[in-house]
Structures are given as structure tokens and as C-alpha cells.
Write a protein that binds this ligand. Structure first.
Ligand code: SF4
Length: 300
């Protein structure tokens, strides 16, 4: 394609997507704020949890911990409890450690610099760029799974020859980086989905090189027998049980093992012990010996 027609298509995509976003943006609560703490909490929550679920939990979490200071000084057990229903509890620990560092090192103000942001626990390149753009108004691209997929479908040739971040910077319009990034992510979560892109309803179908060409993928048929339950599910079950027992109480480890896996056998003890050790190392539980019994609780 000649470069003039490529730049024409780029500008047509920009106009069409921004126009669509202006009219159809979902009124999510994190789009009504530019406060760095609130944006950071939303981005950490959205990393691995569905938007609908985050929309429910986000206001409750902010009511409980409205500032970096309140989160930093909270009991870790209470932060883990407030994270209930979100999954991947490590994120709650990372968020609290970040809050503590922001309070101690930056007097409670999150730095807006992308490199500095990436030094905090649980903040990778995507989250750092998202916070820099959405909270600090920086003109920068963001690349998550939705953006990656949408751009590779809109510009398949360029996506084969360019790094995904370079591609995102290349298509980023000169103005309105916030709206543009939000719009790309929203398009990827609504029309341009992984399994069933809805090209006929998509605002970009006239400008997209892959329109109506993506083979829809039905429900995956498991080719192999179901895999064993992954450890992260057991980790989640352990934290969830501990979350629901009274404050200051703990549970004997073998009882906990039987609760997360009713068929627990003594030969699985080694596996279970290493699961507990990893949880303790991640700051999600506390293990203590009491009268020869191993007692488990949430951290204090
Ligand atoms: S036209 Fe289809 S493939 Fe292209 S961006 Fe829209 S939904 Fe995705």
C-alpha cells in the first residue's frame, strides 16, 4: 500500500474510533477521575479481573481505603479481606507495598514518571504507561491484550514488522492520548473480541484490513483430558477460607488442607507445605507453630 494511502487510513481509523468512543464510552468510575491513587487501584484491579466485577468492587475498596496513607497503614489481613472476589490476591499485597513506599519515599504522592512507576511492586510496562497517561496526562501509548489484538487486525502488515509498542506509538494520534487508549481497549473488549469479532457492528470495519476475515472460534473443545487443578486455584481457596474466619484466629494446617481439597492424602503433604510456604513468602498468610501444630492465619 502506498504510504499516502496508509497515512490516509491511519487518520480515518483515528477519526472513526475517537468519534465512536465519544458517543459510546462506558461510564466506568475510573473514567471520572484523574487521581493517581484511584487510577492506580483501577489499573491493578483490571489487570486480571473482568470489568463488570471491578465496577462492583472498586467503589467498595476505595471507600475502605480512600488514600495511599489509609492503605499503607491498614492491617494486611484487612486489605486481603477487602480484595475478596477479585482473585489473584498477590495484587492486594503489591498494592499495599506500593502505598507504603509512596508514603515513605514520596510523601504520599505517586511519581508520574514511567521509569519510576515501574520500580513499584506489581507495576509493569503496561500499568506504568496506563497510569502515566490516565492519571498524569502523559502523551503515551499503552499496550494490553485488547490493544495488541485490535492493532494487529487493523494493521496486520505493520504488526508483523514492528514491535507491538512501536506499532502502538506509531498509530497514537498527536492529541487525545487518553481517549485514544481507552477507545482501543474498549473496542477490543466489545467488538473486536478474541473469539467472535463483530465486524458488521464495528465502527472501524471500513478501514480494517481484517474486517470479515477473522475466523470465529467456537467454544474450545478440550483435546486432552482435563488438567489437574492449578495451584493458583488452591492458593485462592486458602486465602478465601482464612478471610472468612474471625480476626485474630488461625486454622490448623491439616484442617485447612482437608477444606481446600476434601480428598487430601498424607502423600500430598509436601506439595501442601510448599504451597503454604509460597503464600507466606508472598505475604498472604502467616504460619506459626503452636503445640506441635502448624497454625495458619492471614498476616496481621
Ligand atoms: S472490523 Fe472486525 S477485525 Fe477489524 S477492528 Fe473491527 S471487529 Fe476487529
Amino acid at each position: 500500500m502506498p504510504s499516502s494511502s496508509l497515512s490516509h487510513r491511519k487518520s480515518a481509523v483515528t477519526k472513526a474510533l475517537l468519534k465512536w468512543y465519544r458517543k459510546n464510552a462506558r461510564p466506568s468510575p475510573w473514567r471520572k477521575t484523574r487521581h493517581p491513587y484511584r487510577i492506580l487501584v483501577s489499573e491493578i484491579m483490571l489487570q486480571q479481573t473482568q470489568v463488570d466485577r471491578v465496577e462492583q468492587k472498586y467503589p467498595l475498596f476505595l471507600r475502605r481505603f480512600p488514600t495511599f496513607q489509609s492503605l499503607a497503614r491498614a492491617r494486611t489481613a484487612d486489605v486481603i479481606r477487602a480484595w475478596a472476589g477479585m482473585g489473584y490476591n498477590n495484587r492486594a499485597i503489591h498494592l499495599q507495598k506500593t502505598a507504603q513506599r509512596v508514603v515513605e519515599k514520596y510523601r504520599g504522592r505517586l511519581p508520574g514518571d514511567i521509569e519510576a512507576l515501574q520500580q513499584f511492586p506489581g507495576i509493569g510496562r503496561y500499568t506504568a504507561n496506563a497510569v502515566a497517561c490516565f492519571a498524569f496526562g502523559q502523551h503515551t501509548a499503552v499496550v494490553d491484550t485488547n490493544v495488541r489484538r485490535v492493532l494487529s487486525r487493523l494493521f496486520p502488515k505493520q504488526s508483523r514488522s514492528m514491535d507491538e509498542w512501536d506499532l502502538a506509538e506509531w498509530i497514537l494520534p498527536k492529541r487525545k492520548a487518553y481517549d485514544w487508549n481507552q477507545a482501543l481497549m474498549e473496542l477490543g473488549g466489545t467488538f473486536c473480541t478474541h473469539r467472535n469479532p463483530n465486524c458488521s457492528g464495528c465502527p472501524l470495519h471500513r478501514h480494517c484490513m481484517s474486517a470479515f476475515k477473522i475466523k470465529k472460534i467456537g467454544k474450545p473443545i478440550p483435546a486432552k483430558p482435563r488438567k489437574a487443578i492449578p495451584d493458583r486455584i488452591y492458593r485462592g481457596r486458602i486465602v478465601s477460607i482464612l478471610r472468612n474466619i474471625d480476626h485474630h484466629r488461625s486454622m490448623e494446617s491439616l484442617r485447612l488442607a482437608a477444606m481446600i481439597n476434601p480428598g487430601f492424602r498424607s502423600i500430598e503433604k509436601k506439595w501442601f507445605d510448599s504451597l503454604l510456604q509460597r503464600l507466606q513468602r508472598d505475604g498472604l498468610i502467616l504460619m506459626r507453630r503452636r503445640q506441635k501444630k502448624l497454625m495458619i492465619s492471614l498476616p496481621k
